[in-house]
Design a protein around this ligand. Structure first.
Ligand SMILES: *[C@@H]1O[C@H](CO)[C@@H](O)[C@H](O)[C@H]1NC(C)=O
Ligand SMILES: *[C@@H]1O[C@H](CO)[C@@H](O)[C@H](O)[C@H]1NC(C)=O
Ligand SMILES: *[C@@H]1O[C@H](CO)[C@@H](O)[C@H](O)[C@H]1NC(C)=O
Ligand SMILES: *[C@@H]1O[C@H](CO)[C@@H](O)[C@H](O)[C@H]1NC(C)=O
Ligand SMILES: *[C@@H]1O[C@H](CO)[C@@H](O)[C@H](O)[C@H]1NC(C)=O
Length: 245
């Protein structure tokens, strides 16, 4: 069969599939996430809905995403920008003693994973960095640097989130070069915050940074690897759609 014909059939199958999917799978909801639809599905939804790489669960009215070894709370899903906003489950709003449960950094993400820290433009290059790192450190000696933000200063009178370590605790939300890294410090936990909006660069107190942790971070579900997504009718088809269910 001529290749062109095969491709046509292929497109027909996909567009057919996609329409069938749209009509049979009504959006699901769980707590404040009201419109869970393709490529996502809840674990309890029919297997024909969504994509198996994008399964969420609903636990006690809270939408959960298993990301590597972590279980993150889903705060929002943006179907226009193809981003999902996540918050570490330990972070409590306004409670600056609450620190992330999971360590998450660039090193957790690998090529071809379902979620990426970047958005890509049509040329296949990174157009938006969605996340920045926040590092909680504890140090034997006090560190005098504007890069090291004191964590005890977050709450009046209380001793700060890392006080049990009997060390000096700091949070760093900027890139550290080797020469900025204090010898007596070790990393306690690191996580990601959103790099969108102006708040990130302005954050200069622990309370600001804690607010960012409460807001969470966005990840993109559009793979940056080629082939690029193609639009068929109402559906966007990605390379991962070739993975059989
Ligand atoms: C689940 O969350 C929704 C939206 O926040 C709320 O309207 C509903 O009452 C909650 N249900 C339960 C059982 O908590
Ligand atoms: C990220 O990687 C680190 C180091 O391998 C690991 O300890 C951590 O659990 C990973 N985070 C998640 C959320 O899986
Ligand atoms: C999508 O992203 C752009 C740029 O990152 C942002 O300006 C816009 O507000 C986002 N759209 C939505 C619906 O969040
Ligand atoms: C604040 O968070 C800390 C650490 O997780 C916890 O021990 C404490 O009970 C929390 N405080 C409140 C008022 O929830
Ligand atoms: C940015 O700061 C404003 C005001 O402090 C706050 O309302 C908003 O939620 C913050 N946005 C983010 C992304 O943290």
């Amino acid at each position: 069969m001529p290749l062109r014909f095969l491709i046509l059939i292929f497109f027909f199958l996909f567009s057919h599939n996609c329409r069938a999917q749209n009509s049979q799978c009504s959006p699901s909801s769980c707590g404040k996430i009201q419109n869970i639809r393709y490529p996502f599905r809840l674990k309890s939804d029919p297997k024909t809905c969504g994509n198996k790489r994008y399964i969420l669960s609903c636990e006690n009215n809270v939408t959960i995403l298993d990301l590597y070894w972590g279980k993150y709370l889903v705060e929002a899903i943006d179907y226009i920008n193809h981003t999902i906003r996540l918050v570490d489950p330990n972070i409590q709003e306004g409670n600056c003693s609450s620190l992330p449960r999971y360590t998450l950094s660039n090193y957790n993400f690998s090529y071809n994973d379902p979620y990426e820290q970047h958005q890509w433009n049509n040329e296949g290059t990174v157009s938006v960095e969605l996340t920045k790192s926040v590092i909680f450190m504890s140090c034997e000696k006090p560190v005098k640097s504007y890069l090291y933000i004191d964590t005890p200063s977050c709450s009046n009178g209380s001793s700060g989130p890392l006080s049990q370590h009997k060390r000096h605790s700091y949070v760093v939300n900027r890139r550290l070069s080797i020469s900025d890294t204090a010898d007596s410090c070790r990393i306690e936990v690191m996580t990601l915050v959103s790099n969108l909006g102006k708040n990130y660069s302005n954050a200069s107190s622990f309370m600001d940074i804690h607010d960012q942790l409460t807001f969470g971070f966005e990840l993109s579900w559009i793979p940056g690897t080629k082939p690029l997504p193609i639009r068929i009718g109402n559906c966007i088809v990605f390379n991962f759609d070739y993975v059989p269910e």
